[in-house]
Design a protein around this ligand. Structure first.
Ligand SMILES: NC(=O)c1ccc[n+]([C@@H]2O[C@H](COP(=O)([O-])OP(=O)(O)OC[C@H]3O[C@@H](n4cnc5c(N)ncnc54)[C@H](O)[C@@H]3O)[C@@H](O)[C@H]2O)c1
Ligand SMILES: N[C@@H](CCO)C(=O)O
Ligand code: NA
Length: 434
């Protein structure tokens, strides 16, 4: 009988504890799928004294560097998150000949290229399905299933925490703070939820998706990023009035001149678009490709057990490769496409502002849009009691544009900001699927 494959687990938090449970409880099933038994030889943690029911305390160690340097490991699963010490531990694991599985998008957003090259050179695997959209298979479809096609756009809801918060604010009128607290309790949020609500987590995932979709390396800092902290109940109400709902979207597209646009921002999504009905901590990703057309992937994007499902899919795949003495082909970052600045991105916009209620104001506002080449699609005007409580500011305009370039819209906002007939706050939200 062949020897078992030795596995080390780093981190026993929300996801790591679920992975440990599956490896320890489902050993027979996993063995039948791999053809070899998995032996969990160590679990690296920060605090050895924490009670971990069902886990033999002899497996627990706080010496993670020692664990990954043993030299006899087949697979290292990294679930501690953050850049260091995770990066150093993965490098050491690879250098020692172990295949690695990670859910760490913050790390992979900047080091995927480097770690892939290390793994390739050492003839080991690097798998990371859980790093983007938790349980949803999206890395493997981009890396394998669609690699014979040409992807033109990827657009999705890739952060469960923010989708949970926005959904609760829309459907139950729950406050932002209490929705965030619930998401944290349910294990969706990152250790520091700023990464979720400021869009950084989604931006890390967008960098990974854009890189895979367009066969290039995209770094986190190249992703335009706006979170949900400035979304107000008024924005949500305005979206409703337009037949839309507010979602945090990650978008990666090719421009006409073959550059990559990659961005994360809140958007008004038309209710008829399938992404509008993605609720709670669910994630969904739309892919457009030349041959396959439109594809949509939907499922649980966060939470311990769903994320552990994706990790275990990678563990079984990597273990099968070890069993056969092979490693999957990793890299396809060969195009070196440039990332275009956000100003060159094209989108529809919803612009809302207060105006003075007097003859000719609507025409002058429309002229500002027209002068910058921005075409209007829908214009709403409502009468407001009080307004900014300044004399005459008694109407609110909500303008939905046709598709235009970001720089044109910025010029419109700048000029409206200078006009004495426009109130001081001009709110802008990008629109999708309208
Ligand atoms: N929770 C989710 O829904 C989810 C989904 C997809 C991906 N992820 C990713 O999975 C990884 C783990 O997430 P989590 O939610 O389980 O986080 P967590 O905070 O619950 O768990 C991380 C664990 O690692 C331990 N740890 C951190 N630094 C350590 C160190 N230096 N030495 C030893 N132990 C250390 C912590 O004590 C903690 O127990 C992260 O990269 C996260 O981004 C999480
Ligand atoms: N914090 C992340 C976990 C999944 O990556 C989220 O809310 O989606
Ligand atoms: Na996934």
């Amino acid at each position: 009988m062949s020897k078992p494959l030795k596995v080390a687990l780093l981190g026993a938090g929300v996801v790591g504890s679920q992975v440990a449970r599956i490896i320890l409880k489902e050993g027979g099933t996993l063995e039948s799928r791999i053809g070899r038994r998995l032996e969990l030889v160590g679990i690296g943690v920060r605090n050895a004294a924490t009670q971990r029911p069902g886990i033999d305390p002899a497996l627990i160690t706080t010496d993670l560097e020692g664990l990954v340097s043993r030299g006899d490991l087949d697979i290292v699963i990294e679930l501690i998150g953050g850049i260091e010490p995770a990066l150093g531990l993965l490098r050491t694991a690879i250098a020692n000949g172990a295949s690695v599985v990670s859910a760490n998008k913050a790390l992979l957003a900047d080091y995927l290229g480097e770690l892939s090259r290390d793994a390739d050179a050492r003839g080991v695997d690097l798998y990371y399905e859980a790093a983007v959209a938790g349980a949803i298979p999206i890395i493997r479809p981009l890396r394998e299933s669609l690699v014979g096609d040409d992807i033109t756009a990827v657009m999705g809801i890739v952060n469960g925490t923010t989708n949970y918060i926005l959904d609760k604010m829309v459907t139950e009128q729950v406050s932002y703070d209490s929705a965030l607290a619930e998401a944290q309790q349910l294990g969706y949020a990152e250790a520091d939820p700023t990464a979720d609500v400021e869009g950084h987590d989604a931006a890390a995932k967008a960098a990974i998706l854009a890189g895979l979709a367009f066969h290039t390396e995209v770094k986190r800092e190249e992703v335009f990023c706006e979170g949900i902290t400035s979304v107000t109940p008024d924005d949500i109400a305005a979206a409703e009035l337009m037949g839309c709902t507010v979602k945090l979207l990650a978008i990666a597209k090719l421009t006409d001149d073959d550059r990559v646009i990659v961005k994360v921002h809140p958007a008004m999504v038309a209710n008829k678009h399938p992404l509008a009905s993605v609720s709670g901590a669910y994630n969904a990703i739309f892919v457009n490709s030349r041959e396959a057309g439109e594809l949509m992937f939907l499922g649980q994007g966060a939470g311990g057990a769903p994320t552990a499902s994706a990790v275990m899919g990678d563990v079984v795949t990597v273990a099968r490769n070890r069993h056969r003495g092979t490693a999957g082909h990793l890299g396809s970052a060969y195009t070196a496409r440039q990332v275009a600045p956000i100003g060159e991105s094209q989108a529809q916009f919803y612009v809302s502002f207060e105006v003075v209620d007097r003859p000719g104001v609507l025409a002058r506002c429309a002229a500002v849009f027209g002068d910058h080449g921005v075409s209007l699609r829908v214009v709403q005007q409502s009468y407001i009691e009080g307004g900014e409580r300044r004399e005459g500011f008694a109407a609110r305009l909500g303008v939905m544009t046709h598709v235009t370039q970001e720089t044109n819209l910025s010029a419109v906002v700048e000029e409206l900001g200078r006009a004495d007939f426009v109130g001081s706050e001009i709110r802008v939200m990008r629109v999708e699927g309208f």
